[in-house]
Design a protein. Structure first.
Length: 331
């Protein structure tokens, strides 16, 4: 068994996941902690979660065996440009007993690497937010969207939730009775699907329910749209079609026509068995019929593969990927 060990971390706003593997693909340890994004949590709290995940992953390993590490992080550029934040991560790395170097990459690159070993391709991610990115020589190149709920994230979970509320409000303005999706949204927001004879008052109650909470929480309505679309509810199906077109449009802005390199789909809305995943796959296949579609796998394992990729022992990156990452693959 290989004695070369690498560490990968997938750091998000709600959780931090770490994994230690050797070059035979043996998982030697895993760790999980709270949200570790320094942009949303602050540098020191984020570094504390990073350290907790690392210690759990390295519990049965001599940290001096680890040769390289990669941290995948949304907003990686902001961390790299912040001396205080980078120093906090450096301390956490050292406090875990690690003496090897580590590299910070954007979470989009880690998602891409969890789905394919191809050095060039595209990654499309749709969860609460949405972003598309072009990858060249396993480095992020051009990106499209990912501008946040206020300015972008077209086709994302936030977008689906917001559009579902907009459709409901538009119907209430016309004094139309809500359709099935509208009733479900109304019940979620106001605890009652009953409009009775007061559509204006109902619309005001909906607006108040939305504005009392952080705007990004509209994303919690996305599962209602997905479930209704599975049941062939017309408004939900229309929203899914529109979202798929918007996500594909983001890819079109950065991906050449006729490209045949892979497209990796990531994020909760595109990695499961969802109507949006199916619609996006159909739209991407229509636009790039020769491109293999892959599904993002374990982000921490993808980060670990990136850490191993440039080691002298990694003479066959594709075979190494198959051992270390075990992607879900395309359909």
């Amino acid at each position: 068994m290989s004695d070369t060990v690498v560490v990968g971390l997938d750091v998000g706003g709600t959780s931090t996941r770490a994994t230690a593997l050797n070059l035979d693909g043996v998982h030697l340890g895993t760790g999980r902690a709270g949200g570790g994004n320094p942009t949303s949590h602050g540098a020191e709290p984020a570094a504390a979660e990073l350290l907790a995940a690392l210690r759990a992953a390295l519990a049965d390993i001599d940290p001096t065996q680890v040769r390289s590490g990669v941290i995948g992080l949304a907003g990686a550029g902001r961390l790299l440009a912040d001396p205080h934040g980078r120093a906090a991560f450096d301390r956490a790395w050292a406090d875990a007993g690690l003496r090897c170097p580590y590299t910070v990459h954007g979470d989009a690159l880690v998602a891409y690497a969890s789905g394919t070993a191809a050095p060039n391709g595209t990654v499309l991610i749709a969860g609460t937010g949405a972003i598309a990115a072009q990858v060249h020589d396993l480095r992020l190149d051009r990106t499209a969207d990912g501008h946040g709920w206020l300015l972008g994230d077209a086709g994302s979970g936030f977008w689906l939730g917001r559009e579902a509320v907009r459709r409901l409000l538009s119907g209430l303005d016309r004094a139309d009775p809500p359709d099935e999706l509208g009733r479900r949204v109304l019940a979620e927001l106001t605890d009652s699907p009953d409009v009775a004879t007061r559509p204006r008052a109902t619309a005001e109650a909906v607006v108040q329910a939305v504005t009392r909470r952080p705007p990004v929480e509209l994303a919690r309505l996305a599962p209602l749209v997905v479930t209704a679309a599975r049941e062939a509810e017309p408004t939900a199906l229309a929203l899914i079609r529109d979202a798929a077109a918007l996500l594909a449009d983001s890819v079109t802005r950065i991906r050449p026509a006729g490209a045949a390199d892979p497209v990796v789909l990531g994020g909760g809305l595109l990695t499961g068995d969802t109507p949006l995943a199916d619609a996006v796959r159909a739209e991407l296949t229509r636009r790039w019929p020769d491109a293999p579609l892959q599904t993002a796998g374990d982000g921490a394992a993808g980060a670990a593969w990136l850490a191993a990729h440039d080691l002298p022992e990694a003479t066959d990156p594709a075979a190494l990927h198959a051992r270390m990452v075990h992607p879900a693959g395309g359909r």
